[in-house]
Write a protein that binds this ligand. Structure first.
Ligand SMILES: NC(=O)C1=CN([C@@H]2O[C@H](COP(=O)(O)OP(=O)(O)OC[C@H]3O[C@@H](n4cnc5c(N)ncnc54)[C@H](OP(=O)(O)O)[C@@H]3O)[C@@H](O)[C@H]2O)C=CC1
Ligand SMILES: O=C(O)[C@@H]1CCC=N1
Length: 283
């Protein structure tokens, strides 16, 4: 299904690079199939071109009619301008994927051609190594075949979950932003290893292996996190002391709040963009 399809990233930042890296590494997508463009940073296009063997093309030189799938990868604040520029260049039968947090498919549909097929997707930066947890949610006009194409494409960068669009905010709070919570946790664990006299590189690898092991236990053993946590925790042992400190310092609440606030921010971005659409429809 993906054979020979041309994929163009509109936006060349962190998320575009993570996806490009995963797609090319998967070998299911050839570098020749991938094009990336941005607003103005030509040096960035050259860097991506050299690193991944794809084509970095200035926007004005992009042959829009040669593209099968566009992936919108700019910040939400830039989407209005980006869509204005795109509308005059694309056709109704070209598939649009959007990775933008908080931007509903309806907003993109209303700013492109009538009948434009749009799929909202939420990958994370682990796409870089083919380990993303990615959600997809098709818009109203999107044919089943294009949902399959999207699934097949994004399976190249990790696991894909087909969800209802109303669940995109919580998915973003859990998985889109999720890697950052684990890196934050790792930063704090690492500090303690170094304070205790370990070298930073060794500490980092020990923590990474500990997290990989715990994640694989959840994936491979039919046990809940609670049961697995209890198995680590000996009465009056080291883990009990660590968990007591986590509880006393609000560790559990802090993690819940991180997910809650990221989810809330995704909803706020949606509300803001929908308000702006409402205002412009009254102009
Ligand atoms: N980073 C992450 O972990 C994740 C991000 N996302 C989503 O991905 C999107 C991009 O995020 P991220 O990669 O971090 O952002 P970056 O700031 O790293 O990159 C944004 C890119 O968009 C380009 N751009 C801005 N306006 C336009 C335009 N009108 N036409 C073409 N390109 C344009 C910029 O080009 P230039 O530099 O030339 O201005 C830049 O290349 C966001 O919407 C975010 O919600 C989703 C999941 C995870
Ligand atoms: O921070 C952000 O808004 C983006 C969306 C999910 C991860 N990064």
């Amino acid at each position: 299904m993906l054979h020979n399809r041309k994929i163009a990233f509109i936006g060349a930042g962190s998320m575009a690079e993570a996806m490009i890296s995963g797609l090319v590494q998967s070998k299911k997508i050839l570098p020749e199939q991938v094009i990336v463009t941005n607003r103005s940073n030509e040096e960035r296009l050259i860097t991506l071109e050299n690193k991944y063997g794809i084509s970095g093309i200035k926007r004005e030189k992009l042959q829009f009619d040669q593209i099968d799938i566009f992936i919108l990868a700019m910040k939400p604040k830039d989407v209005e301008n980006a869509l204005k520029g795109l509308k005059g260049q694309i056709k109704q039968n070209q598939l649009i994927l959007s990775v933008l947090a908080g931007i509903p498919t309806s907003y993109i549909e209303q700013n492109l051609h009538k009948g434009q097929q749009v799929v909202r997707v939420m990958p994370n930066t682990s796409s870089t190594i083919g380990e993303s947890a990615t959600a997809i949610s098709p818009g109203h006009e999107t044919a089943a075949e294009n949902v399959k194409v999207t699934q097949e494409l994004l399976q190249c960068i990790g696991e894909v979950y087909l969800i209802e669009e109303k669940d995109m905010d919580i998915f973003t709070g859990l998985a889109g932003s999720g890697p950052a919570y684990f890196y934050y946790l790792m930063e704090h664990m690492e500090q303690q290893g170094v304070i205790a006299g370990l070298d930073v590189e060794t500490t980092r690898q020990i923590i990474a292996q500990t997290i990989v092991g715990a994640a694989k236990m959840i994936q491979q053993q039919d046990e809940t996190p609670t049961v697995l946590r209890e198995k680590v925790t000996s009465p009056n042992g080291t883990t009990a002391a660590g968990l007591k400190a986590l509880d006393e310092h609000g560790g559990g609440i802090a993690i819940s709040k991180a997910v809650e606030h990221a989810t809330k921010r995704s909803k706020e971005i949606s509300a803001k963009i929908q308000d702006s659409l409402l205002v412009s429809s009254f102009k």
